[in-house]
Design a protein around this ligand. Structure first.
Ligand code: ABC
Ligand code: CA
Length: 501
């Protein structure tokens, strides 16, 4: 007789200590998002990686461990890694499962990325550096290579997913305005149908809650990024996240504030998709509209359960064209990159942005980072280091920075003054050939207080009323994003943000 010694295969392994990170702990941090297969190889070599092939390129968890200095040197203190469980092994007409979102076996790890010990070592190595690990998890679907009736359910593991009745009956999602269609029909395409798990079935719900609990415990995850949140009924999520018992940030891929706000009732945080669209539009072109970004953010501030502090803000990710695929003016790039670091939520930077990558839509936006040489003296890398340092300095210098929602002191089509005391960000979308200026009365500083421009390290004095007037000359990219904070050392050469404090 076979005795089932542990409820889940994953739970057979010893658990790692979790930091028990709270939402407040995460809010002080910034996240570097990486696609494991594309970030770094175990032996540090740089194999060719043709994104158009959609095939594995040999990035691993060992590779990530080897490049943590690179991430930490930019000032990040958390990483989000792509999904870790075993995926379909077939090479389909949509390519291979290198991105990790095509689950076949929830209880095994993806062998392409390493072993269980490798993932645990990544977790403990991060913790030794006081960094957090966020794991991307998918529970909405399992990936197949044929549609019913040819779909082979017995390929799925564990047994909870081994028959057609464990899934919603097949239908494609065709109507995004019909929530039942969104929740109970299937994503994917006929090459790789994403069989939609029956998340109404109590035994499946019990399994998934136990699964996420064990995954977090075994690998010492400090947070989870949840895929396809809007494709599962809302009341599924509270027990799931309670079982994970770590910070959860959900992907609700929708630009509508009211729609996304419903999910702020059931999750710790949401990826800031509603601001992503006006953000990219506003800085994507010198005729873009910055006031539209401001309006969206103000709507979010009143619609979300805890305001915009419960967002994760990003300019790029694995599902959208990189910013520089449609706009390469470096003044616009620097301004756009600044936004996630000066708003209320947790800043997230998608790997490769700092190296100036230009990949457009999936699969081109998943370039191998090793082809960049991980250079640390490029302008955008330096810009990211500065942004992390400025934010960390603001967090450290004021107990209220994180709990005070930002306000827009200047809002026009081409200029924003974003106040989140003690930080003031002066942004413009005029581009490299413009000389934008800002006049911000009552910026909240003390009369005559000395401020530092975190971009140039130049100092400037607030006026008698605590206001600020500034101009970015010659439209040079370096000074087109201006960021002021109270006096403190300013240098681009610090190793981590902490040495700035
Ligand atoms: C593969 C190929 C692609 C090919 C595609 C058909 O198949 O690689 O080249 O085009 C994974 C892989 C992908 C893969 C897919 C499908 O699986 O990473 O490479 O694409 O096999 C998450 C992840 C994503 C992941 C999956 C699947 C889900 O972040 O990386 O993809 O596990 C929907 C989901 C969203 C999902 C996304 C890919 O699809 O909701 O969770 N992302 C509208 C809908 C959205 C929809 C979006 C894109 O279109 O409302 O629900 O996202 O199809 C705004 C509106 C939005 C609108 C956007 C486009 O515009 O407000 O509503 O979104 O203004
Ligand atoms: Ca579903």
């Amino acid at each position: 007789m076979i005795y089932v010694l542990c409820r889940l295969l994953l739970a057979c392994f010893l658990s790692l200590p979790v930091f028990a990170a709270s939402a407040q702990d995460w809010q002080k941090r910034s996240i570097y998002q990486l696609v494991t297969d594309r970030f770094a190889t175990s032996d540090g070599t740089s194999p060719a990686c043709d994104t158009s092939k959609r095939e594995y390129c040999n990035g691993t968890w060992q590779g990530v461990i080897g490049k943590l200095d690179y991430i930490q040197n930019m000032g990040f203190d958390a990483i989000w890694i792509s999904p870790v469980v075993a995926n379909i092994e077939e090479t389909t007409a949509d390519g291979q499962a290198y991105h990790g979102y095509w689950t076949e076996d929830q209880n095994s790890l993806n062998p392409h990325f390493g072993t269980s010990d490798d993932l645990k070592l990544l977790s403990t190595t991060l913790h030794e550096r006081s960094m957090y690990l966020m794991i991307d998890v998918v529970v909405n679907h399992m990936a197949a290579t044929a549609l019913p009736p040819n779909l082979n359910y017995s390929a799925f593991a564990p047994a909870n997913f081994s028959k057609s009745s464990d899934f919603h009956p097949f239908c494609w999602i065709t109507d995004y305005s019909n929530q039942t269609n969104v929740e109970q029909c299937w994503l994917g395409d006929s090459n790789v149908p994403l069989a939609d798990v029956d998340t109404e079935d109590p035994s499946i719900v019990t399994f998934l809650n136990g699964w996420i609990h064990d995954l977090v415990q075994v690998y010492g995850a400090d947070g989870i990024r949840i895929d396809t949140v809007k494709h599962i009924r809302k009341d599924f999520w509270p027990n799931f996240t309670a079982s994970a018992a770590v910070w959860s940030i959900g992907e609700v891929l929708d630009g509508d504030v009211q729609y996304v706000s419903q999910y702020t009732e059931v999750l710790d945080a949401v990826l800031d998709y509603p601001a992503f669209y006006p953000l990219t539009a506003a800085f994507g072109n010198t005729s873009g509209d910055l006031s539209a970004l401001a309006q969206t953010v103000q709507k979010e501030q009143s619609a979300y359960r805890l305001g915009t502090s419960m967002t994760g803000s990003f300019l790029e990710n694995q599902d959208n064209p990189r910013f520089q695929s449609f706009q390469t003016d470096q003044a616009l790039v620097l301004n756009a990159m600044t936004w996630p670091f000066v708003q209320d939520g947790v800043p997230i930077l998608y790997y490769g942005q700092e190296q100036g990558y230009t990949g457009a839509n999936d699969p081109y936006n998943r370039e191998a980072l090793w082809l960049s040489g991980y250079e640390e003296d490029k302008p955008l890398v330096i810009h990211v280091r500065m942004l992390n340092a400025a934010r960390k300095a603001a967090v450290a210098s004021s107990g209220n920075f994180l709990s005070t929602q930002l306000t827009f002191l200047t809002t026009t089509k081409n200029a924003l003054a974003v106040s989140k005391p003690p930080m003031l960000a002066l942004l413009s979308n005029g581009g490299s050939s413009s000389n934008p200026s800002w006049s911000v009365p009552n910026a909240g500083y003390k009369s005559g207080e000395t401020l530092i421009d975190a971009v140039s390290c130049n100092t400037l004095k607030a006026d008698k009323q605590g206001g600020v007037s500034a101009q970015s000359f010659n439209g040079t990219p370096k000074v087109n994003s201006l960021l002021y904070r109270p006096i403190g050392p300013c240098s681009h050469s610090f190793r981590t943000s902490h040495s700035l404090l």
